[in-house]
Design a protein around this ligand. Sequence first.
Ligand code: NDP
Length: 273
Amino acid sequence: MNSVELAGNTLPAIGQGTWRMGEAREQRDAEVAALRLGIELGLKLIDTAEMYGEGGAEEVVGRAIAGLREQVYLVSKVYPHNASRQGVVQACERSLRRLGTEQLDLYLLHWPGSHPLEDTVAGFEQLREHGKIARWGVSNFDVADLQALPGAGCATNQVLYNPEARGVEYDLLPWCREQAMPVMAYCPIGQGGRFLEHPLLNQLAAKHQVSPAEVCLAWVIRDGNTLAIPKATDPVHVRLNARAAQLQLGAEDYAALDGAFAAPTRKQRLRMV
Ligand code: NDP
């Protein structure tokens, strides 16, 4: 599987998202099973957040990684309104309890908020000193936001990126590459559904005998500095996503995708969902 260097770890470039998990009790067993299948298939990075299901997704992840913690690279995120110096520490401790683990591999600020970044980073550094997190990073930060971060401890930036949301290619992705900072792409298959019906994605999928989601994922991770974190509860989807890292698109495929989904030619406002 293609890999990305993140904070001293060589990680498979495709991981697993968990937004919308932990919201419905009757879905939880299926969600746990999907995440465990993903781990078995090498989707080692699991991305969650205190926001998802208001702690429910972290509980699902906690069940999924029970007994498998050392096989998983675990990422969670703090709400901006909890990201004061003490708030970040308390939020992390709540997340650790729900996840049933002693340490997060990576802890992200979910989006820029109103607490001073100095305070948030001081909270992250305190968590690091106490062994509660290995590294910290951010999400939904544009270049100027990243430049305003104190110190040089930020391990990653998690942003919206897929073929129909390419704005970050203009300045954010090159800037991160220059800083040797890997990027984590969320909504890498455009949240599934209608987007995957796009004729070109289907044409390329037929050509390579794969699915449209695999074309999307192979495209998203193509630069070697980007991880993709698709969310899948359906085990068929999990298997396809795991297979995507083997797909090598060719120059013609990239050109066709550029034709259908134009690369940005000027600065665009950072998109978020
Ligand atoms: P995705 O682009 O990952 O799409 C998820 C949807 O696609 C689900 O409905 C899923 O269905 C479906 N799907 C998954 N795999 C396939 C496949 N191979 N073929 C067809 N359909 C498929 O969207 P998300 O919004 O979930 O983003 C991914 C993750 O990124 C989130 O789960 C979360 O962890 C993170 N995120 C972070 C944000 C941030 O602000 N930092 C914002 C948004 C997301 P099913 O579940 O039924 O299998």
